[in-house]
Design a protein around this ligand. Structure first.
Ligand code: ZN
Length: 171
């Protein structure tokens, strides 16, 4: 592997203690709503990062990888893939964002409680592409009032509205 050290890694350690506090002042009502919104998102097929399930929450944050892949949309996939893997501890997180099959394509996916990134795939010309080029944080509505929801690091443009469903489901 080309670990020459010329390039920064595409993952970083996170401070697990700093991440433990969520939903400040959240009463039962808020928790209930939040849980419901999350379940809905999962039921609708939003792919969540695997960090929680594998018990490695807080071990590594792959946000730099997701930003890197986003910045390479339109470029030759084999080259992008090779560079990404050379700067990672493992390959798997690449495929949290980049669909390997038609079935895996998502317009967005969750990387944390309320952080989302655009879903990607490899097009017929072997270039990295957005599943939904129209997707914009400006048109997204959060699923709860207590968290700051972001897409690709940009805050959602619409306000939380208990009467409107959140717009986090894949299309
Ligand atoms: Zn929340």
């Amino acid at each position: 592997m080309g670990r020459g050290g010329q390039k920064e890694p595409l993952y970083r350690k996170v401070n697990t203690l700093a991440r433990g506090v969520r939903h400040p002042g959240g009463g039962d009502y808020r928790w209930e709503r939040h849980t419901k919104a999350e379940k809905t998102a999962e039921a609708d097929g939003v792919t969540r990062g695997k960090m929680r399930k594998s018990g490695r929450l807080g071990a590594f944050d792959y946000t730099p990888l997701f930003r890197f892949l986003l910045s390479r949309v339109g470029q030759d996939w084999p080259a992008v893939h090779a560079e990404a893997v050379s700067r990672l501890d493992r390959e798997e997180p690449v495929f949290w964002m980049v669909a390997r099959t038609q079935d895996e394509r998502r317009r967005l996916f969750a990387t944390g409680e309320s952080s989302y990134f655009s879903g990607l795939f490899v097009d017929d010309a072997n270039r990295l592409a957005l599943v939904d080029p129209e997707l914009s944080p400006a048109n997204l509505r959060p699923g709860c009032a207590c968290c700051t929801h972001t897409l690709n690091g940009v805050r959602f443009g619409l306000a939380y509205d208990p009467d409107s469903p959140s717009d986090l489901t894949p299309r």
